[in-house]
Design a protein around this ligand. Sequence first.
Ligand code: XBP
Ligand code: MG
Length: 277
Amino acid sequence: MAVRLGCTPLHRRWCARRGRRLTLMSIERMDPLRAVIFDVDGTLADTERDGHRVAFNAAFEAAGLSYRWSVEEYGVLLATTGGRRRIERYLQSHGHSPTEAAELAVTLHADKTRRFVALVRTGAMQERPGTAELINALRTEGVAVAIATTGTSDWVRPLLDILFGIDAFDVVVTGSDVTDLKPDPAVYLETLVRLNLTAADAVAVEDSANGVQAAVSAGLRCVAVVNGYTRDQDMSGAVAVLDDLARPGGVSVLKGDPQLAAGLTVAALRRLVRVVA
Ligand code: XBP
Ligand code: MG
């Protein structure tokens, strides 16, 4: 467990010398869990298969291109994070020149983003079970809630607002805010800067190997909550792996503390932030 200034003997002596009592703020600082940083796609909502994939295909069709990404093929393409980069690489592997692929990817991705926002606004994207309850519980207990996603800001904000209310989040960092996407740690490092916290103060919740790698490279402890696309990925960097955040009757613990079978709670996250990475 990281020892924080607010709970060291030095800090107590410092307070005593100045005639100050340990204030409520100091006591709050004793909470080892200061923030939980959530990924969005696949973690807070199952957006990929029936959301982004459908919007990518509609954009191909509207542009007069015959490409269609099947459920299975899309699972492989997800290895490339970032929708624009995903399209660009795919087009290059299908005979488009690098210049043409790059230009087409920009327009296709802009159209895909508009279509995905429209889909989100129909209410088609649902939060994963237990996410809203966990976010509310964290807020009630004074733990900051943040977002670190590769997704584009134009759809991330409306989705978060519809599912949880945008005010539920203290910090939202998206793929539009950083140059390097997951598995690069940039989005997590930027989130920690905006939270004004160190990695020892927070836990990340992710669904994919790329996401776990990004969080762990930023020095964070990370819990993976897998889904159909990510269940068989390498999650060795995660301190725990679950098949869901919450489920009546409990979740399956694929790695980590068996107590997590009760689901991902604030108490469980407090235990995880103490795990020696
Ligand atoms: C999500 C992504 C994104 C989404 C599509 O990764 O890689 O590209 O698939 O969103 P993560 P955009 O969950 O690890 O953040 O089209 O806006 O990129
Ligand atoms: Mg994800």
